[in-house]
Design a protein around this ligand. Structure first.
Ligand SMILES: [Zn+2]
Length: 154
């Protein structure tokens, strides 16, 4: 196998984007950063990019690019070119502000339900009609400064 370089990776991505991925909803991109290579999927609609790998070597980035292209070809053959729902990671990265199905921000938040160390909140999408529960977990506490002052007077 010939040595993978930043140039050859970029060329391969362009080749895939203009070829096998041309009629899919996304293109693939490789970027070189200080930590290594990043490979992400760039959707052609408003969906934010999906990072596949970060801080990997050129050879690993190349394997990811080929894997994604192969996966896309397989998914396309199966009749759908985009997963129906975003992953948990993507949902969290979007701060739960987008519909996990159609990615719109046009969503309505309904009542909160408080559990032990956890709060769930029902949401409904105004565009595609999906409803889901966003799950918030207890993370930390902060003592209010005024609360400490008052306590010290007792
Ligand atoms: Zn939706």
């Amino acid at each position: 196998m010939s040595k993978v370089t930043e140039k050859s990776l970029r060329a391969r991505c362009t080749e895939l984007n203009m070829g096998p991925l041309k009629n899919t909803t996304f293109g693939i991109r490789t970027q070189r950063t200080g930590k290594g290579y990043t490979v992400d999927l760039q959707y052609r609609d408003a969906t934010p990019p999906q990072i596949l790998v970060e801080g990997v070597t050129a050879a690993e980035a190349s394997a990811t690019v080929e894997g994604a292209a192969f996966g896309a070809a397989a998914v396309k053959a199966a009749g759908s070119d985009k997963p129906e729902f975003v992953t948990r990671e993507t949902f969290i990265r979007q701060s739960g502000e987008r519909c996990p199905k159609c990615a719109t921000k046009d969503i309505s938040a309904e009542h909160l339900s408080v559990g032990k160390g956890m709060i769930t909140q029902k949401h409904a999408c105004q565009r595609c009609g999906l409803s889901w529960k966003s799950i918030y977990r207890l993370d930390d506490y902060e003592v209010a400064i005024t609360g400490v002052m008052e306590a010290s007077h007792e």
